[in-house]
Write a protein that binds this ligand. Sequence first.
Ligand code: NAD
Length: 243
Amino acid sequence: MNGQAAVVTGAAQGLGYAIAKAYIAEGMKVALLDIRGDILGRVAAEFADMGGDALPIAVDLSDANDTQAAIDTALARYGTPRVVIHNAALLITRSMLEITLPQWQKEINIILQAAFILSKSVWKPMIEAGGGSIVYLSSGSGYKGFIEEVAYNPGKHGIEGLMKCLALEGAPFNIAVNAATPGAPINTPMSASNYTEAQKMTWVDPARLAPAFVMLAKQDGAGLTGHRVAARANGKWDAIDLL
Ligand SMILES: NC(=O)c1ccc[n+]([C@@H]2O[C@H](COP(=O)([O-])OP(=O)(O)OC[C@H]3O[C@@H](n4cnc5c(N)ncnc54)[C@H](O)[C@@H]3O)[C@@H](O)[C@H]2O)c1
């Protein structure tokens, strides 16, 4: 994958940062998208110190126009990506009594609307390039219900649905589309806000999950597609066919 391009959302910290760093180590050029522009600059400088090429793009992925501008910037700089990892998400637990429509829309838009805009933007370029790989970060919330997740949970269910449709539509064009989940408890800012103390006892550095994402970047329509891939802490993964 040396010299090829990647787009990683939520790359300022947590799992997205670990995935972007693994891609830099593979020699990829990486567009780093995140709302935390303050952290992204430091991350890009760190990757430059590794000899890498990374472009920090500050973006609010809950906003359609901002999301479109960010992916257009990435495409203009690096050309068609080999892989797009839509990893950014927001989880704020609220009951149905508490949540407002704008709060619901914000979480849904970061997870699902951004997945659509990013995928739509690279779809034709990937077809013209002869293939590519698109990955959405899912969760147990992508297939089970959880209390007080009335926005995050349907957002994650939604991206699994979009993934299945695009895996089918992408196959003749050699485009792989998959969902991925952390197959181990990970030490990230999101986990710090939502894990119990017992869960924090066993959490691991998200860098240990990165090999599954290196594997996913190499997929195309003839490889692994239409699957939910659980990235394990031992550097391996399990994949379930959802088609
Ligand atoms: N942490 C877990 O245990 C866990 C479990 C299952 C699934 N996941 C999924 O894995 C992915 C990564 O999780 P994480 O734990 O690293 O999360 P995190 O909250 O630590 O990091 C998410 C990143 O997304 C960015 N982000 C949030 N809102 C944004 C916006 N509006 N625009 C642009 N960027 C925005 C944040 O700034 C942050 O850098 C998420 O999709 C999450 O749903 C995480």
